[in-house]
Design a protein around this ligand. Sequence first.
Ligand SMILES: [Zn+2]
Length: 101
Amino acid sequence: MADLIHSREYRQLRETLKAQWRGRNAPCALCGQADIQYDGVKNEPDSFELDHKISRKRCLAMGKPQLILDPGNCQPSHVRCNRSKQHGDGPVKIGETTEEW
Ligand SMILES: [Zn+2]
């Protein structure tokens, strides 16, 4: 299911993990800086975004969409870091991406 990302399960997982990470001010897994704005404005560069260690695209390619909902495959990141990572991961269609680089 390519729409897992829009599922209620995913949203709940995201909120649960975000609350945990915010509680201990977890640093960005991509750049290591502990200045993620967990309550920042959505899509702002310094704001929080959930990153997948194994990208969603790759999970689907491997036929393991359940990995998208696996907390062990999730880590905190900045919007800016996550977006630049995705851009290096080939063409990825992200409905929420509005920024041009
Ligand atoms: Zn970062």
